[in-house]
Write a protein that binds this ligand. Structure first.
Ligand code: IPD
Ligand code: CA
Ligand code: CA
Length: 258
């Protein structure tokens, strides 16, 4: 798996350099759905990642945000060329490249890279998570007191705002504060690095979360959907946190109101 990780890092670095160079040349900004954007740079960066990986592993298959599914193999690369496209378009320097490699549906290798901050988060299943080569761990907070949580708003599904706010209202009084950064892959990487105690969001896709989830797990964190089901991919939500914060968040979210 180390060889896969090396290729994933090479692809992420190549794409990162390309995206940074192209960031003054954004030509097209299409709205795929409500406030869901894609640019020519997302598409070209994805192609660059695909070409880099398939050059080494021509028989592997892919699940990519912009070009969809291709190939038929037990090895599947899950790619988001720019996670945080709105930030990218608005020149907010907080977006990332997210690459994961699954074998028979289980994530084995993860890379999340922010080329602007030069932060490279990597993990190989069973071998821990690293930031720029140094081991990272989730934070050791005892619960939510003084914690910093991160989230994403349901901007693509505004009809879910009430359900979202219900969860927000349950968590906010118990934590220190909440951020909405605009890159779910980095939110998860920051949970892995102990910068955020926890993260939750609705309706993410596999390319947003596959790499970040392995980072959190390899850093000692826990992941489920907001009802507590470990197979978060089946639910329409994700909750990731250090083990103690996770327990408290899950309890608060699922508490019935009197
Ligand atoms: C988005 C970002 C954002 C999250 C969205 C994602 P994109 O990915 O991760 O933080 O709130 O739901 O779709 O569209 O920029 O790749
Ligand atoms: Ca994304
Ligand atoms: Ca994207």
């Amino acid at each position: 798996m180390q060889a896969f990780s090396t290729i994933a890092v090479r692809a992420a670095r190549k794409a990162g350099g390309f995206i940074v160079r192209e960031s003054d040349k954004i030509k097209s900004v299409h709205s795929k759905a409500n406030s869901d954007y894609v640019t020519n740079v997302d598409q070209a960066a994805e192609q660059l990642i695909l070409d880099t990986i398939s050059h080494s592993y021509p028989e592997h298959s892919f699940l990519c945000e912009e070009s969809g599914k291709s190939g038929d193999s037990d090895y599947q690369w899950v790619i988001d060329p720019i996670d945080g496209t709105t930030n990218f378009i608005k020149k907010i320097p907080h977006w990332s490249i997210s690459i994961a490699c699954n074998y028979k549906g289980r994530t084995e290798v993860a890379v999340v890279y922010n080329p602007l901050s030069e932060e490279l988060f990597t993990a190989v299943r069973g071998r821990g998570a690293q930031l720029n080569g140094k081991r990272i761990r989730v934070s050791d907070s005892k619960g939510l007191e003084h914690s910093l949580l991160s989230t994403g708003f349901p901007y693509k599904n505004k009809h879910k705002l009430e359900t979202y706010m219900d969860i927000f209202n349950k968590l906010y009084p118990h934590c220190g504060d909440v951020r909405r950064t605009g890159s779910a892959a980095l939110d998860l990487a920051f949970v892995a690095a102990g910068r955020f105690e926890g993260f939750w969001e609705f309706d993410l896709n596999e390319w947003d979360t596959a790499a970040g989830v392995l980072l959190v797990k390899e850093a000692g964190g826990m992941v489920s959907d907001i009802a507590g089901n470990p197979d978060y991919r089946k639910g329409n939500s994700i909750l990731a946190a250090n083990p103690k914060a996770f327990k408290v968040m899950l309890k608060l979210i699922n508490q019935k109101q009197a």
